[in-house]
Ligand binder design. Structure first.
Ligand SMILES: [Zn+2]
Length: 364
């Protein structure tokens, strides 16, 4: 894992438990301490993630304040002991076992298509993580949660599906949330209620007391949980619900970003033409700087549920357009040879030719 400072300033994300109250007594939960905190590289960019632990504050609670509740969502996105998100692991597993790419090809694909920085060696490590997650289903449940049951009187189960961008298979992972232990996993083509119930059943068969279940609001999960754990409190994850609600907006935003990138395709030609100038004028430098700025701008990435990169890019391009518009209105600067007011003594009086572009995203 890279040392945290190597990433520079990162967006911080703090997770709290999905249960708003104590699942054992209904008492209110109070912040206790961070369970873990680390920078995590996701396919969407790097974030500094903190999983906040909460305890029940009720004096009469059967858990006696010992149980530290944490976010199932934070667990579902991370890999224990790793600085990479589970989405990266799933992408790498997909490239290896569905697309049969070599380690080097995977490394290149991740490097070229995502902001994730990793070495070829890390690809190997993450493939091992992927296999370890899948093997979790082969192990017996009871011994792996014995310590948690002893300490807290039961387990909290979460269920979450992750889909690589390409491919139809989803990696479904069942976790024990209090300890972060992966209890089972499977690649499923279809996440129907009977398929999901099959993943949960070993926990029920092990006779482990289940204090609660955390998942998103997907109907197949609700049915599977009601089938396998009738009567157990089932907390729907707010983040998941928001993410699902934001999905259509998110798709529209992505389309906006693609459109922006398409509109800027002509940049390469402008850049090549200007780079060929000999000698280069100050105006050429302005053009090259602007090309760089435009290219950086459309590299923005968003995140579900409400981080819309397309809107941010649109705003940034608008600001850049205003700046350039103001420059052109002034008639350029005297340094732009061959243009600008003729009174400068150097310009031809012709309309200023350097930085010339179409108004970005004029069709919006
Ligand atoms: Zn309690």
């Amino acid at each position: 894992m890279k040392p945290p400072r190597a990433f520079g300033p990162l967006p911080h994300r703090r997770y709290r438990p999905e249960f708003p109250t104590c699942p054992q007594c209904g008492g209110s939960l109070a912040l206790s301490h961070p369970v873990w905190a680390k920078p995590i590289q996701y396919l969407t960019g790097t974030e500094h993630v903190t999983s906040l632990g909460f305890r029940c504050a009720a004096p009469a609670c059967p858990a006696g304040g010992r149980t530290v509740y944490r976010s199932a969502q934070a667990e579902a996105r991370q890999v224990k002991g790793s600085g990479y998100g589970l989405d990266v692991v799933v992408r790498i597993g997909h490239l290896r076992f569905t697309e049969h790419r070599t380690r080097e090809e995977i490394w290149r694909a991740v490097r070229d298509d995502t902001p994730v920085r990793l070495s070829e060696r890390h690809v190997q490590n993450l493939l091992e993580v992927y296999l370890a997650v899948l093997r979790a289903s082969e192990q017996e449940v009871a011994p792996r949660v014995a310590a948690t049951v002893k300490q807290h009187g039961g387990v909290i189960v979460s269920l979450d599906g992750l889909q690589p961008e390409q491919g139809n298979e989803q990696l479904w992972v069942v976790r024990e949330v209090l300890s972060g232990t992966v209890l089972g996993a499977a690649n499923l083509q279809q996440a129907t209620a009977p398929h999901l119930a099959r993943l949960l059943r070993p926990i029920q068969q092990a006779g482990v007391p289940v204090l609660g279940v955390v998942s998103d609001a997907q109907e197949s999960i609700r049915l599977a949980v009601a089938d396998v754990f009738p009567g157990v409190p089932h907390q729907l994850c707010q983040y998941h619900a928001l993410r699902e609600a934001a999905e259509p907006l998110w798709a529209a935003d992505r389309a906006l970003l693609v459109e922006a990138k398409k509109e800027l395709r002509g940049l390469r030609e402008v850049e090549e033409r200007v780079r060929a100038h000999e000698p280069r004028t100050p105006a050429d430098e302005v053009v090259l700087d602007t090309v760089l700025a435009l290219r950086q701008t459309v590299r923005e990435r968003g995140g579900l549920p409400f981080d819309f990169a397309g809107l941010r890019v649109q705003a940034a391009l608008g600001a850049l357009d205003d700046t350039l518009g103001r420059c052109l209105e002034k008639g350029g600067t005297p340094a732009w040879l061959g243009c600008g007011p003729s009174s400068s003594g150097r310009g031809s009086g012709a309309p200023c030719a350097p930085p010339r572009w179409r108004r970005p995203m004029s069709g919006w």
